[in-house]
Design a protein around this ligand. Structure first.
Ligand SMILES: [Ca+2]
Length: 335
């Protein structure tokens, strides 16, 4: 039954006009705000294009990558709603370094042993650390992300929350495209712009990616040799020493308060740590090598690590001590 039956014809006309007026106002607002946004976006693209061309990126590459770009709503949501990091170290290690991952890592270490040995010798990084980072970053290349990298980065650059950082990475990404390492459609990565089998940001790619098979392209998406060499070069650039491991899990004596030494990242020789009561997990004395190390602990765990200089190299890859501890655990299982 129509509303007009109760309210009378005159009211119906008035009511309809009112609805029309409200719709007209709303539509006016929506369309003017859309126009404002698309206007902002085209101004933004024009400025970006100027900067891109000034930094040496070709106009053709810019247009190919950015002309049709519109911000990806899902990425803006993800960026604004990042979950709090609430896992404990023990839980994190259990989740990240599973038996299945250890078994797979051993298989792949064997499968690629010839090329890994060559890359390891050239960059001076042990194969087990290359395979460990590969496994922890993308489960050995099995998950690379689904977003087109320049569009993900453009979304974060345009959105503005960390716009300056992402704008630089976007220009780096356009340079990578311009150099011809990958096509736009294959340049896939995670929502925050890290890509390939080692999850490099564009700046890391430009600094560390390697063309091991010498085909003219640094293909960190599909070419495992390039991936291994890129990981190894990153670590070697971060000061890696292949005569050392990452460190070791240790026992700290009851009743000793190491909190200041941990907080101040105090480096001491293994002999000095031993004199304070630090022992291998089985209670035996520490290795007899002349090394310095620091103790690393997490406030939510009883685990303690004696961290050699390579531990700090891993922190240059990812500054989380949880991540570095997971590298330690997986690489230990591959000895
Ligand atoms: Ca290559």
């Amino acid at each position: 039954m129509p509303l007009s039956f109760f309210l009378g014809a005159n009211f119906t006309i008035a009511f309809n006009s009112m609805v029309f007026a409200v719709l007209w106002i709303c539509c006016g607002l929506i369309s003017s705000s859309n126009a404002g946004q698309s206007n902002d976006l085209s101004v933004w693209k024009a400025e970006l294009k100027k900067d891109a061309i000034a930094s040496g990126i070709s106009e053709a590459t810019f247009d190919y990558a950015i002309a049709d770009f519109t911000p990806i709503e899902r990425i803006i949501k993800l960026d604004r709603n990042q979950p709090e990091f609430t896992q404990t170290l023990d839980h994190y290690l259990t989740k990240r370094v599973t038996n299945a991952k250890i078994v797979r890592a051993r298989e792949l270490l064997e499968k690629h042993k010839v090329v890994l040995a060559q890359i390891s010798k050239y960059y001076e990084v042990q194969p087990r650390f290359i395979v460990t980072l590969w496994g922890l970053e993308t489960n050995f290349g099995s998950y690379l992300g689904k977003y087109v990298v320049p569009h993900a980065l453009a979304t974060l650059a345009y959105d503005g929350r960390r716009g300056t950082f992402f704008r630089k990475e976007l220009l780096n990404a356009l340079q990578i495209l311009d150099e011809g390492h990958i096509s736009l459609g294959d340049m896939k990565g995670g929502w925050a712009g890290a890509f390939g089998q080692a999850q490099f940001l564009p700046s890391s790619f430009l600094n560390y990616a390697q063309d091991w098979d010498k085909d003219g392209r640094k293909d960190v998406w599909a070419n495992e040799q390039d991936v291994f060499a890129s990981i190894a070069f990153y670590l070697s650039s971060a000061g890696w020493r292949d005569d050392l491991t990452w460190g070791r899990q240790v026992l700290i004596p009851d009743g000793q308060d190491f909190s200041n030494l941990v907080k101040n990242k105090k480096r001491m020789t293994l002999r000095e740590w031993e004199a304070l009561g630090v022992r291998n997990l089985d209670g035996s004395l520490l290795p007899k090598r002349n090394l310095t190390a620091r103790i690393v602990t997490a406030s939510d765990s009883t685990l303690a690590f004696l961290a050699y200089s390579n531990f700090d190299s891993i922190l240059k890859w990812n500054r989380s001590i949880y991540f570095a501890a997971s590298v330690g655990r997986l690489s230990d299982a591959l000895r």
